[in-house]
Design a protein around this ligand. Structure first.
Ligand SMILES: [Zn+2]
Length: 319
């Protein structure tokens, strides 16, 4: 199962930045030894398949230049309903490690079960999960599966730290030579996420409104960590079209609770959120669920979270 790639760090970084397709053995300046191989021998570079952007971020943070990362969800793509090409299924089968969140992307769940049962990691497995209760409450939507959990774990930075630790343990077991570097990287990610958590805690401590009206219910973990209740116009999946009754209910709530900002997101058509804002006299603003990057984006998980914090402070009237 191990794929041996003779890689050059710079070239693989370049490829990882594109993060859409197979990382092939890099062709670099001739005559130089592969990175990490002082004796010039071939180095086994683990190939990590990451199901969507935040997992790519965590994998890169931990693996650094010692791993090749293949992202399954292309920039600009909406990950919930990702469909996999035959080539992507083959990448899942041949990877050293596949990172995913069980229950988030049905196509990935299925491919992992069939092709990667022995080399996959559900990064949410060690986290405290919230029930997917909101998904069941909306008219016209199928009720959530019994015991189903909300997959949007990465919107709490402390969960990202936990994801980093889970990746570190798994990677260190399969590539022990890198374990010291992975541990150091994990420490760095952990403190970066702890800082972000402190900024959110302080920045959202004193706010006029504790209700977040969002286009889809991606923010339960963020809300739970910092004291907000999310009200989703559509359910857990961004594509679910809200019924007229749901729209009316949310509009009533916006008026009744004096909600001033309705949040929409980057990868999904903002029409519904903007309609609701127009109807109620509220404004609309982007709150990014970081399910993926916009194509061509130079942003990263921490910079998007910093924008989210600023947006929430304004939208929720925090002082
Ligand atoms: Zn989502």
């Amino acid at each position: 199962m191990t794929r041996l790639l003779i890689g050059l760090a710079s070239a693989s970084l370049l490829l990882a930045a594109c993060a859409t397709s197979t990382v092939s053995p890099a062709s670099g300046p001739s005559g130089s030894a592969p990175a990490g191989a002082p004796d010039g021998s071939a180095v086994a570079r683990p190939t990590i398949v990451a199901a969507f952007y935040p997992l790519e971020y965590a994998a890169r943070a931990i693996g650094g230049d010692a791993v090749d990362i293949v992202g399954l969800t292309p920039p600009g793509g909406e990950p919930h309903d990702l469909e996999l090409s035959a080539a992507q299924v083959a990448e899942i089968a041949s990877a050293d490690l596949v990172l995913y969140v069980k229950g988030y992307q049905p196509a990935v769940d299925e491919a992992v079960a069939q092709q990667a049962a022995d080399h996959s990691l559900d990064v949410s497995a060690g986290l405290t999960l919230l029930p997917a209760e909101h998904a069941a409450g909306h008219e016209g939507e199928p009720a959530g599966e019994e015991g189903a959990t909300d997959p949007h774990v990465w919107l709490n930075p402390l969960n990202m730290a936990g994801i980093g630790t889970a990746i570190t343990e798994r990677l260190s077991a399969s590539a022990p030579d890198g374990s010291a570097a992975f541990a150091a990287n994990n420490e760095r990610l952990g403190s970066e996420m702890a800082t972000l958590n402190e900024q959110f805690t302080a920045g959202l401590a004193s706010c006029r409104s504790r209700i977040m009206v969002v286009s889809h219910e991606a923010f339960a973990y963020l809300g739970s960590a910092y004291g907000f209740t999310q009200v989703g116009i559509s359910g857990l999946s961004p594509d679910a079209e809200p019924s007229p009754a749901r729209m009316r209910d949310v509009a009533d709530l916006v008026t009744r609770e004096g909600v001033t900002t309705i949040y929409y997101e980057t990868l999904v058509d903002p029409k519904v959120a903007k309609t609701l804002a127009d109807e109620t006299g509220a404004t609309s603003a982007v709150l990014d669920p970081i399910e993926g990057l916009v194509a061509g984006s130079a942003e990263s998980y921490p910079t998007i979270m910093a924008s989210n914090l600023a947006t929430l402070r304004t939208g929720q009237g925090c002082t």
